[in-house]
Design a protein around this ligand. Structure first.
Ligand code: PEP
Ligand code: MN
Length: 339
């Protein structure tokens, strides 16, 4: 059960509500986010919400039987909009394009990528400064100094920054320079990190775990929401299966399923999803048709020279073409949606 509390509810009213819910045999957790205060009641008994729905201080009340609750569409039917400021949004009914290198490498590289994004009307740039690498000897990122450098150049160009946070201690350092914290596939179930990102008033994009189910992804999102942060985005980036012909298996089934189960926006990452440069555009467009609210992909001036993930990275002319096709495909999908 979820109870959204009215603004200005008195402590006495709240205590009496909690007591009443406890009496039904439900355990209550209080959740405070940037946008609202909630009581989450967990219990098994069938219960008629009309019994308490009239009580003072209640704005809304619903029974949500899913394991995830606040991120469920059963709680909030209206899709969540992520407003990054300066007219940049990630939202249902729109097509966000996030492009950039796997890793931030140098000032020159940042400037070149930003020039490319600017020329193609792309307002969000991805890039890692803290890189999770399978080998400890691989390039592990420019760190916080790289992020500061990137931020100064991006801000001037009106471009928003999407970058991975790997551990709790990085959250505060990154805060002034980050628009969307990315939780990588290796950290989807790092519950300490998710809890701490719940305390931040900035958007968080959670990637699906390498072997994670759709349900587990939604429960990871629930951690951040119940920690206090409603600004959430889900990302399908491929899962590990028995198939070895591609880096991962991009599970596009997840897109309409996530959209049906949750009010959060869903982004598709075809670069990590298939891991093979020449097939990234097809999978990106398939993601658009599957119902994604945005696409995130890797681009670099000279992919062969990229410090990481060059094999799945588009050069600027491929990226320009793809951005154009993402928009055209999205326009086509919108006519489909009308059917
Ligand atoms: C990335 O976006 O560069 C990345 C490491 O992604 P993932 O966590 O999906 O592997
Ligand atoms: Mn990468």
């Amino acid at each position: 059960m979820i109870i959204q509390l009215k603004e200005g509810i008195s402590e006495v009213q709240k205590s009496s509500l909690i007591e009443e819910v406890n009496q039904i045999g439900y355990k209550v957790t209080e959740v405070k986010t940037q946008l609202g205060d909630y009581l989450i009641g967990i219990g098994k008994k069938d219960f008629d919400i009309r019994k308490i729905g009239h009580k003072e201080g209640i704005k809304d009340i619903h029974i949500v039987s899913d394991e995830y609750k606040l991120v469920s569409k059963k709680w909030k039917a209206k899709p969540t909009t992520i407003d990054l400021g300066d007219g940049v949004y990630i939202k249902d009914g729109d097509m966000a394009i996030i492009a950039g290198p796997c890793s931030i490498e140098s000032e020159e590289q940042i400037r070149k990528v930003i020039g490319h994004l600017h020329a193609n009307g792309i307002r969000m740039m991805r890039g890692g400064v803290f890189k999770p690498r399978t080998s400890p000897y691989a390039f592990r990122g420019m760190g916080i100094d790289g992020l500061k450098l990137w931020y100064n150049i991006a801000k001037e160009a009106g471009i928003k920054i999407v970058t991975e946070v790997m551990q709790v201690s990085q959250i505060d350092d990154m805060y002034p320079y980050t628009d969307i914290y990315q939780v990588g596939a290796r950290n989807t179930q790092n519950f300490n990190l998710l809890d701490e990102l719940g305390k931040v008033d900035k958007a968080v994009m959670i990637k699906r775990g390498i072997s994670g189910t759709i349900e587990e992804l939604l429960q990871s999102a629930e951690y951040v929401f119940s920690g206090g942060n409603e600004k959430l985005i889900l990302c399908e980036r491929g899962i590990r299966t028995y198939e070895k012909a591609s880096r991962n298996t991009l599970d596009l089934n997840a897109v309409p399923i996530l959209k049906a189960k949750s009010h959060l926006p869903v982004i598709v990452d075809p670069s990590h999803g298939i891991g093979i440069r020449e097939y990234v555009p097809q999978m990106a467009l398939a993601g658009v048709m599957a119902g994604a609210d945005g696409i995130i992909y890797e681009t670099h001036e000279i992919p062969e020279k990229a410090y990481s993930d060059g094999q799945q990275t588009l050069d600027f002319s491929q990226s320009a073409l793809l951005a154009d096709w993402i928009r055209k495909t999205f326009a086509m999908r919108k006519t489909f949606d009308l059917l």
